[in-house]
Design a protein around this ligand. Structure first.
Ligand code: ATP
Ligand code: MG
Length: 576
C-alpha cells in the first residue's frame, strides 16, 4: 500500500481486515478494536507527537511508520502534533526539519497541531480539577517536592499545602497565570495519592511557572503544562483512538487515564511499544545535540548521524527505511536490532534502482601499448542490469585508463586473480588485457602498468571462448572527471555506544575513522551531469550519492554503503 495515502476520503466505512498473525502487536490491537467497535464507527485516529527539541532520527522513523502506517492500513488518519510544552528547548528550526522529514519518509498528516494550541483548554480543565478538589497549588520548592516523593519502597509524604481550600487554590492558580509569582515558587499538582506504588501517581506536577517566551505563544503564558498533563488531553481533543508511544511511558499510563477519566473527555488509549535500538548507533536526542554542539560531527545532517536528515544526505531512501520498519514491526519488550539489517534493506533497494557507473577511487594508470595512439571509442553499457528500462549509455575507452590500485599486484599473492604481469583480465564491457611490465617511482611504487589488449574481445568476450578469472572496472584517463569522495564508517566503534568503563564517556567510543576523504577520484564522464541526491552504484565499489556540498567545479560524492558488509567480515575474522 502506498504510504502516502494516509488521507483516505472514505472516512465513514471502517472495515476489519482479516485477522492475521503479524510481527506488530499494535496492528492486532487495532484490528480487535475495530472488530469489537470499541470506538463505534469512528475513524481510527493516531498522532505522531515529536517534541521540537532536535532533529528526528531513525528511531522516530519507526514511530512514524507505526503511527501513519497503521492508521493508513485501517483507513484512519494521523495528526502531526508538536509537543511544544517546554519553551526553553524548542525552536522553529526543529519544527521545520521535522515536517520535512515526515514528508520525505512518504507520509502526510491529516492536521498539523501543536500542544500549545490547547494551552487555553488545558488551563480551563485545570480550573475544573481545582474546583472538583482534584488539584492544588503547592508552595514547596522542586527539591522539597522530590524529598516528599518517597521511593519505590516507601510512600511519599503529603505536602503541607495539600489541603488548601478550593477558593485559595483557584485564586493562587489564577495569579500564577497572571505572572504574580517568580519561576519555581509554586506549582499546580494533581491530588491523587502520595502512597501510590506508582510514583507517577504521587500528586504529579501539572503546571510550573516559567517566564519564558514560547516559539508560538510568545509571552502569552508564564505557566506551562507538564508533558503528562498535556499529552493525554491533547490526544483526547483530537479524538485520538490509539496513542502509541514507547515503553518508557508504560508507568505513565495510569496517570494518562486518570486525567481523562476525571475530566470525562474522549477516551483516547495509550499503547506502548518497543523503542528502536540499533547496534553501533546512539539515538538520544540530547546526546545527538551534544555531538552537534561540540563539533564532533558536521551538523545534524552529517551523513554519519542517525538522523533522518543525515541518512537522507548519505543516500538512504525512504523506501528502504519503510521496508526496514515493516520488517522489525513492534513488540512489547525492548531489544536491539543489528544496524546491518537496516543496511541490508538499503542495499536491496539501491541494487534494484541505482544507476551503475564506473569510478576509480585509488587510481593506477594503465597504458595499452598496442592500442593506437590518439584514438578512442565508445562502448555501450547497461545503466542497470537489474532494470531493463534503465537504458544504455556510451562510455569512452582509450589507450590510457585508470584501474584501482588494489586490482594490480606486481607479485600476486596466492588466489589473486586480478591483474599481474602475464595475467589476462577483462575490462568491464570493453576488452581483455594482459599486463607485461611496470613503471616505478623513486621509492619503488608502481606508477604505471603496461598492457596489450585483444582487439577481438570487444564487448568483453573473446571469439575463441578464452576464459578470464577477473573483470575490472576502469575509467578512460583522457575523458575522466575528478571528484572528492567521502567514505563513511560507523560513528561509534562499539555495538553499544554506552558501553564504557567507569569514569569514561560515551564519546570515548566514537570511531576515529568514521570519515575518510578521497580526492582525485576518477569518474566516467557521464557523472558530470549528476544532480544533488542522485544515487549510483559505482561498480564493484559501493553505493554513492551526490552530496549537497557539490558545485559545478567540484563534485562530492558520499558513500552510502560499500557493496558488501566488509565490517561484519572483518569482525568475524577478528573474533575467529
Ligand atoms: P529522545 O529520548 O531521543 O529525546 P523522545 O522520545 O523524547 O526522544 P520525542 O520527540 O518525544 O522524542 O518522540 C516522538 C515520538 O517518537 C514518541 O512517541 C516516541 O515514543 C517516539 N520515539 C522516540 N524515540 C524512539 C525510538 N528510538 N524508537 C521508537 N520510537 C521512538
Ligand atoms: Mg519525549
Amino acid at each position: 500500500m502506498a504510504a502516502t495515502s494516509n488521507t483516505n476520503p472514505d472516512t465513514a466505512a471502517v472495515t476489519a481486515p482479516e485477522p492475521r498473525v503479524t510481527n506488530n502487536f499494535l496492528r492486532d490491537v487495532i484490528a480487535e478494536d475495530v472488530r469489537t467497535k470499541k470506538y463505534g464507527d469512528a475513524t481510527i485516529q493516531t498522532r505522531f507527537p515529536p517534541e521540537p527539541n532536535g532533529y528526528l532520527h531513525i528511531g522516530h522513523a519507526k514511530a512514524i511508520c507505526i503511527d501513519f502506517g497503521l492508521a493508513d492500513e485501517f483507513g484512519g488518519k494521523t495528526n502531526l502534533r508538536f509537543d511544544d510544552t517546554n519553551p526553553e528547548k524548542e525552536e522553529t528550526e526543529y519544527v521545520e526539519s521535522i515536517k520535512t522529514d515526515v514528508r520525505w519518509l512518504g507520509f502526510d498528516w491529516e492536521r498539523l497541531c501543536y500542544a500549545s494550541d490547547y494551552f487555553g483548554q488545558l488551563y480551563e480543565w485545570a480550573l475544573k480539577l481545582i474546583k472538583d478538589g482534584k488539584a492544588y497549588v503547592d508552595d514547596l520548592s522542586a527539591d522539597e517536592i522530590r524529598q516528599h516523593r518517597g521511593t519505590l519502597t516507601e510512600p511519599g509524604k503529603e505536602s503541607p499545602y495539600r489541603n488548601r481550600s478550593i477558593d485559595e487554590n483557584l485564586d493562587l492558580f489564577q495569579r500564577m497565570k497572571a505572572g504574580e509569582f517568580p519561576d519555581g515558587s509554586r506549582v499546580l499538582r494533581a491530588k491523587i495519592d502520595m502512597a501510590s506504588p506508582n510514583l507517577n501517581m504521587r500528586d504529579p506536577v501539572m503546571y510550573r511557572i516559567l517566564h519564558a517566551a514560547h516559539h508560538r505563544t510568545g509571552d502569552e503564558w508564564c505557566i506551562y503544562p507538564m508533558y503528562d498533563y498535556a499529552h493525554g488531553q491533547s490526544d483526547s481533543i483530537e479524538n485520538v483512538t490509539h496513542s502509541m508511544c514507547t515503553l518508557e511511558f508504560a508507568d505513565h499510563q495510569p496517570l494518562y487515564r486518570w486525567y481523562i477519566e476525571q475530566l470525562g473527555i474522549f477516551p483516547s488509549q495509550q499503547i506502548e511499544f518497543d523503542r528502536l535500538n540499533l547496534t553501533y548507533t546512539m539515538l538520544s536526542k540530547r546526546k545527538l545535540l551534544q555531538l552537534v554542539r561540540e563539533g564532533r560531527v558536521n551538523g545534524w545532517d552529517d551523513p554519519r548521524m542517525p538522523t533522518i536528515s543525515g541518512i537522507r544526505r548519505r543516500g538512504f531512501t525512504p523506501e528502504a527505511i519503510r521496508a526496514f520498519c515493516a520488517d522489525i514491526g513492534a513488540s512489547r519488550t525492548n531489544g536491539t536490532t543489528d544496524v546491518e539489517l537496516l543496511e541490508h534493506f538499503q542495499r536491496d533497494d539501491l541494487n534494484r534502482r541505482a544507476a551503475r557507473a564506473m569510478a576509480v577511487l585509488h587510481p593506477l594508470k594503465v597504458v595499452i601499448d598496442n592500442y593506437p595512439e590518439g584514438q578512442s571509442e565508445y562502448v555501450e553499457v547497461a545503466n542497470n542490469p537489474e532494470d531493463p528500462n534503465a537504458g544504455m549509455r556510451q562510455v569512452p575507452f582509450g589507450r590510457e585508463i585508470y584501474i584501482e590500485q588494489d586490482d594490480f599486484r606486481e607479485v600476486p599473492p596466492p588466489k589473486y586473480y586480478r591483474l599481474s604481469p602475464g595475467k589476462e583480465v577483462r575490462l568491464r564491457n570493453a576488452y581483455f588485457v594482459t599486463a607485461h611490465s611496470v613503471v616505478k617511482d623513486g621509492t619503488g611504487n608502481v606508477t604505471e602498468v603496461h598492457c596489450t589488449y585483444d582487439p577481438l574481445s570487444r564487448g568483453g568476450n573473446s571469439p575463441d571462448g578464452r576464459k578470464v578469472k577477473s573483470t575490472m572496472h576502469w575509467v578512460s584517463s583522457a575523458h575522466a572527471i575528478e571528484a572528492e569522495i567521502r567514505l563513511y564508517d560507523k560513528l561509534f566503534s562499539k555495538p553499544d555506544p554506552f558501553d564504557f568503563p567507569e569514569g569514561g564517556d560515551l564519546f570515548d567510543n566514537l570511531n576515529p575513522n568514521s570519515l575518510e576523504i578521497l580526492t582525485g577520484v576518477k569518474l566516467e564522464p557521464s557523472l558530470a551531469s549528476a544532480k544533488v541526491g542522485d544515487r549510483y552504484q559505482f561498480e564493484r565499489v559501493g553505493y554513492f550519492c551526490l552530496d549537497t556540498d557539490s558545485t559545478a567545479e567540484k563534485l562530492v560524492f558520499n558513500r552510502t554503503l560499500p557493496l558488501k558488509d566488509t565490517w561484519a567480515k572483518i569482525e568475524k575474522k577478528a573474533g575467529g
